[in-house]
Design a protein around this ligand. Sequence first.
Ligand SMILES: C[S@@+](CC[C@H](N)C(=O)[O-])C[C@H]1O[C@@H](n2cnc3c(N)ncnc32)[C@H](O)[C@@H]1O
Length: 226
Amino acid sequence: MKLKYQFLFKRILYYFYGEKFFKRLPYDWSKYPSRIHIIQEIINLKKFNNYLEIGCDQDENFSQVNIKNKIGVDPKSGGTHRMTSDIFFKKNKDKFDLIFLDGLHTYEQTIKDINNAIQTIQDSGIIVIHDCLPKKIWNQIVPRLYGHWNGDVWKAIVEARTYDNIETFTCIADHGLGVILKRKNKKKLDIKNKDFKTLKFSDYYKQHKDFMNPVTYEQLKTIIQN
Ligand SMILES: C[S@@+](CC[C@H](N)C(=O)[O-])C[C@H]1O[C@@H](n2cnc3c(N)ncnc32)[C@H](O)[C@@H]1O
């Protein structure tokens, strides 16, 4: 009986979301350092002074960030500025050393946040994006369905991988941390389908390394120090 309901559930999802692909990536997030640890280490290693977080919620990360100046933007709770990222970036005139993007987890909003962050980051700065590595199809379905929600942030990382003047990596930690540096893109992604929203989870699974450019935290530390 239980199997029958599971089968029905999957059929319904297929009907609504147009994709039936149930393989999963084997990431075990409990084995890797947290975003909180990594963000603080980057700040310390690079001697950064100015931090911006988009999407703060309960300040689980924001309250832990130890830095000279920090701004947190969220329309609902936490941080220091009660507004959406679009409004913040429109008004803002400051430059930041580290920008952590963790607002609305859709491709459309994330690519806007990435493009605005590129304009707002110092040349030597680093943009970090949360929730870039969904393990299974359900984690990335928009709108949110159940369980941990990465949304389809990963599609914005794929698009960023096609830009000329930034390098984009995904650190294997805490549900996937996208990392963008303002440098010539030495490993630019060549992809035929430029309509990034229409990419499927099966594309992400099968072309995982090309799409996401995954690196370990140890590799990331070397990359950002060179
Ligand atoms: C996953 S939570 C952030 C968690 C937090 N960064 C942390 O590490 O603990 C996402 C937050 O994004 C906020 N959010 C949603 N839409 C947003 C937008 N357009 N601009 C900024 N924040 C947004 C939500 O209100 C929510 O608090």
